[in-house]
Structures are given as C-alpha cells and as structure tokens.
Design a protein. Sequence first.
Length: 327
Amino acid sequence: MKTIGVIGGGSWGTALVSLLSNENSKTYWCVRTQHHIDNIIEEKRNKKYLPNCFIDPSKVLLTTSVIDLINASDILIVATPAEFLLNTFKNIHKDDLVGKSIISATKGVVPQRNLTPYKFFQEIYNKVDYGVISGPCHAEEIAMSRRSYLTFSAQNDRVSSLIISQMTNHFVSVKKSNDVFGTELSAILKNIYALLVGVCHGLGYGDNFLSVLISSSASELGKIIYSIDPKERKISDSAYLGDLLVTCYSLHSRNRKFGNFIGRGYSIKNTKESMNMVAEGYNATKCIHELLGANAENYPILKTTYNILYKNTSPKNQIKTLENIIN
C-alpha cells in the first residue's frame, strides 16, 4: 500500500484528509503551524476552515514540514491555494520528487510565475508523475456527507486505482479520466466565469440572464481548452460543465462571492480584505488572458472579466456590452 500525504490545511485539504483517512491506512497531513496541529488534535476537526468535518487524529499523521511529508509519502496531494505554491515548494528540488506522484487539488494558477500547477511542477521535475483531482464538489458538502462527485485525472493507472478506491465511499463517487491538462484547465477557467456571474448578481441581474451567461461560458470554456490543448473531449461531462455549474451557482463559491462584492461596488482591495479565503479566479483571469495573448480578444466573457478586474473599467458598462454578444 502506497502512503499518501496531503499538503494544505484549508477547507479542501481538510475534506480530502477526511476521505483518505480510514481503517486501512494512515494519511500524512502537512499544515502550516504547530498551533494548527494542536487545535486539530484537540477539537478533532479543523475549526478555522471546515468546522463540520470530523477528523480522527489516530488516523492522521500531522506535521508542519513539507519535506518530511514528501519523504514519508509516495503520493503527494497538493491542496494549498495556488498563490502559495511557490513559497510552499521553494526548498523542494527535482531529487525530492523522483519516484513520487504529485496530485494537484489546487484550483488556480501560480500568479508569481503565471503558470498552471502542472507547468509549475514540471519546472521542478520535468518527468513528474502528475494527476488532478477536480469536481464538481464543495468541501462544505463533503463535511456534511452529502452526495458528491469527484473526477480523478492521471496517466498512471495504478495511482488512479488507489486514489479512486481510497476516496470512494457511501456518499462520494469518483470518475476516472486521463485528460490531465484539460480537467486542470477547466478547473481554472470555471473560477473566472463564476467570478463574473457574481459580478452580474451583484449588479442585480436575474436568473434569466445568468443562465444564458453560464451557458455561453461553458461554450467559451470548451473553445479555450481546445485552443490550448487541441483534442476531442465532451465538455458536457461533469468534470467540465458540472464543475462550472456548481461554482457559478453555489453559495459556497468563493469566486462568485468575490465577484458579487465587485458588482455591488466594492474595490478589488476592499473585496480581498473582506474575504477570509482566496478567490482563485482573480489571478487566473490575468494568467489565462496573457497565456492566450492576442487570441484573448476571441473570448468576450474572459475579456470582460479581465477588463473589470485589471483595467478598472465599469462593471455595469462592461456587462451592458456583453449583453449584446452572448446568446
């Protein structure tokens, strides 16, 4: 049995640890501080980020050292926000990752380097054995044992079989995929679109408009993925459309919440200060816009989000223009 380690003490990392820690194995878990460890052990839950999720300390081996966790684990599940990846792995080198499998549960981009997580880990070790955990799924519903669905994408069949068996239970189903780059890119793009849906909701748009916006976003998402990684994929599958829908509609969505603040007139600075969690769509908008270069003009919903967030343009005027483009 391969050992599994989870890096990240936020809500998603906590939810994944709760799924992985069972009677058959112990899960290594790296969080940032000893104080955080002490609280988890004492409270049997992560009160700061996911208080409804029970954690059995006897099934989890907690540490504050990333390198200790890497040395102890065969499979590394990375669940830190993407903007913290650079600092988390600043002292990790190629030799540390040889023979390891890296599984990204990160739903954003590395803003300091304008890289997707896959490209980031490839820069550390260009032969990295890589996989992606994606939704549609919210940590809050895992904590409440609500029926949920995950998608696991990897080229390594043995790792796929292990992770899927470990995470599947009476309320979680896991679908297997080999579209590693596509599912990761979709998990990045859906945050951008959810953020804009939040902007529109904050401006007072109703369900009629939002449904058309989300439908058009799904189409644009598929076109962007194909332009970057041209291969056939069924965008209506849950890893793409399902993940987009839950992020756009759910009240748990931090990206929709971020956009809602913007639509209600808050500045970017005030919005960031008002939220206790990272909204990955903010950094992702800039990264994907720059990745596409001049071709970004072909994707009006992405372009609209970029203009609102980075060009200091009026959200009201931008969405008014978008009204006449989407259908």
